[in-house]
Structure formats: structure tokens, C-alpha cells
Design a protein around this ligand. Structure first.
Ligand code: GCU
Length: 339
């Protein structure tokens, strides 16, 4: 990972300016020790309206209170610090403290993460959140990148159910996607997933999708209703078809050296407030999804159901290809059992 990611110019400038911000704020890197305070920098690729931004801002406020001001969080939204592939690298390097990254990014570092990115692995947000925040199930997985990449996974937010949307017209069966260029996240599994669903997969960073749709480089994309609206994709691709192919996951990652340097008291506060953050996020998710659908419909977007059995059948062969080890099969069974 370390040698393969390149920072784009905008992100380089933003990260360079972080050094100045840190100097100007009088922060001390010895977090949790000697009464010093530290503002943790958290990278996010969503807007300020997104439930993740709201829950993370509140996480920061509560953390500050619980630690008597020793730890607080500054959330940088809208890919200000770079796209997820880049911010994951920055957390690994210790330039950025925390980031929210999609499961697809972690799959590129450890294939076992791809189990939870499998289409139809989870069928409900409630079942998903039980599994992905249970240390007995995910403890080994979440610490698996510490020695190789200095990345610790703290826990997960739901991405809700992802569906396909297109500029061309409503999708009912895989045949309707034939010849359409559909954006996917940078993941082998998701590239295979969209191909199996009948389309031509185009991997691309999140922040580039609107312009690519507008320019006709893409015919469509796949995402949840909240991102469809907060990213304004409904303006340029108005047919949203409920393929329900995936309940996705975002992970909170932290630099391993940083978190290991927390005092026991501050680590306990961090874990407690994170648990409150994902609970708040899960609660917000359903409400914000309903609001997003109403807003998109009011702006002329069209939502439709699809031939679910046809998509399920198309996706079935992915299991044999991507669930290869015993660890992966066991995690998949746990996900399926949770619903
Ligand atoms: C969702 C998810 C993001 C992800 C994005 C994408 O919005 O929450 O973490 O980056 O999908 O499709 O890239």
C-alpha cells in the first residue's frame, strides 16, 4: 500500500496546511499525558448534511467532555484531505489521525474484509451493526492491519442498502444494464459484482462521480439514497432502481501508534463515545434515508423495484470466487445468520 498511492494536488495542499493548523492550535502530540490536549484530525468524504458528519461531530464533542478536554476531534468533510484511498494512506503514515473509509478500501489491504462487502451478505442494517461491532466476531479482523500498515479499525457505520441508478432509464433486470458504464468503488469484488449484474464496471473515487455522470463518462452508479442525494447525483441520473444488492459498510480507522499512546482512561472514553456515535448514526440512518427519497422524488427522480430473483441469481457465483478461506466462510455465515 505504501508505495502505490499518490496524493492529488488538492489533497497535498490540504495536508500541508494541516501542519500549520496543528502548530497554530497549540496542540501537543502527547495525547492523554500530562494534561496536554490534542485535536484529532478526522478525514471524511461526505458533506456536512450526511449522517456520518453529524454523528462524528457529536462524537468529537462528547469525547472532549469525557476526557476533560484532553482529546477532541476536527472533522474534515468533502474529501478536503483527499479521497479515501489517499486518506487511508495518510492515517497509515500518521499525517491524519482518523478516517472513515469504505470496506472496499480495506479489502485492498486484507481480503478478509471483502466478506462484508459481498453482495447480499447482510440483509438488514440492524443485523449488520450487531455483527460488525461485536469484538468476538471482528476482533482479529480489526487488528489485522496493525503490524503491516499501522491501521487499527475502531468500528463501523452502516452505508445502508446500495442500489443502481442510471441516466438512461429504469433498470428491471440485468439485461437492462447491458452496455451501461456504471461506477463502482475501487474493488475487485465490486467490479465483478457490477459485471455480474450486467453492466460495464468503471472504478472511480467518490468525489469524481458527479462530473463523470454529467459529462457522460458514466451512465450510472450504485449507492445508497443518502449519498445519491447529498452528492446531488439525482440531478444527473434520475432513475434509481432498487436492486438492493448490498448493505455496505464504512469503517472508522485510526493510526495504531496514536491509539496505543492513549492513557487507559482516554482509551475507555474513546471507546464509550464511539459506541454512542455508531448508535446515533444507525438511528439517524433510517430517518435520513426517508428524507433523501422524498427530496429526490420532489426534484423529479424516479424510484422503481426490480426483478430481485434475477439479480440474486446473477450474483450467486461471486461466493465461490471470493469466499475462499475458512476464516472468510465463517465470517460470511455469521453475517448471513444475523440477517
Ligand atoms: C458511500 C459510503 C462512502 C463511499 C461511497 C462510495 O457514500 O458511505 O464511504 O466512499 O459510498 O461509493 O465511494
Amino acid at each position: 500500500m505504501r508505495n502505490t498511492t499518490f496524493l492529488r494536488a488538492g489533497a497535498v495542499a490540504a495536508v500541508a496546511s494541516l501542519a500549520l493548523v496543528a502548530c497554530g492550535s497549540g496542540d501537543d502530540d502527547a495525547a492523554g499525558g500530562g494534561g496536554e490536549s490534542k485535536t484529532l484530525k478526522l478525514a471524511l468524504n461526505q458533506t456536512e448534511q450526511h449522517p456520518s458528519f453529524i454523528a462524528l461531530e457529536n462524537f468529537g464533542k462528547r469525547l472532549k467532555e469525557s476526557t476533560g478536554g484532553r482529546l477532541s476531534i476536527q472533522v474534515y468533510p468533502n474529501e478536503t484531505l483527499g479521497a479515501q484511498q489517499e486518506t487511508l494512506q495518510l492515517v497509515s503514515d500518521g499525517t491524519v489521525d482518523l478516517a472513515i473509509v469504505s470496506g472496499t478500501q480495506l479489502e485492498n489491504l486484507n481480503k478478509d474484509f471483502s466478506v462484508f462487502n459481498m453482495p447480499l451478505a447482510f440483509t438488514s442494517v440492524e443485523g449488520q451493526m450487531k455483527v460488525v461491532n461485536d469484538p468476538k466476531t471482528v476482533g482479529d479482523l480489526y487488528s489485522s492491519l496493525e503490524s503491516s500498515n499501522k491501521i487499527t479499525v475502531v468500528g463501523a457505520f452502516t452505508q445502508g442498502t446500495r442500489n443502481v441508478y442510471s441516466k438512461k432509464g429504469p433498470v428491471n433486470t440485468p439485461a437492462d444494464l447491458k452496455g451501461q458504464k456504471i461506477r463502482v468503488q475501487e474493488s475487485d469484488l465490486h467490479t465483478s459484482m457490477i459485471s455480474a449484474m450486467g453492466a460495464s464496471a468503471t472504478p472511480m473515487a467518490f468525489g469524481e462521480v458527479y462530473t463523470a455522470l454529467q459529462a457522460g463518462v458514466l451512465d450510472g452508479a450504485e449507492n445508497n439514497e443518502v449519498s445519491y442525494v447529498t452528492q446531488k447525483h439525482f440531478e444527473v441520473a434520475k432513475y434509481y432502481s432498487r436492486t438492493n444488492h448490498l448493505v455496505g459498510l464504512d469503517y472508522l480507522v485510526v493510526n495504531s501508534d496514536l491509539v496505543k499512546g492513549f492513557s487507559a482512561e482516554d482509551k475507555a472514553a474513546f471507546d464509550k463515545e464511539w459506541a454512542a456515535a455508531w448508535a446515533e448514526h444507525t438511528d439517524l440512518w433510517g430517518k435520513e434515508t426517508d428524507k433523501a427519497v422524498a427530496a429526490a422524488e420532489a426534484a423529479g427522480a424516479k424510484f422503481n423495484d426490480v426483478d430481485a430473483a434475477a439479480f440474486e441469481a446473477a450474483l450467486e457465483p461471486l461466493k465461490a470466487k471470493f469466499l475462499t478461506s475458512d476464516v472468510q466462510k465463517k465470517l460470511y455465515e455469521t453475517a448471513q445468520a444475523a440477517g
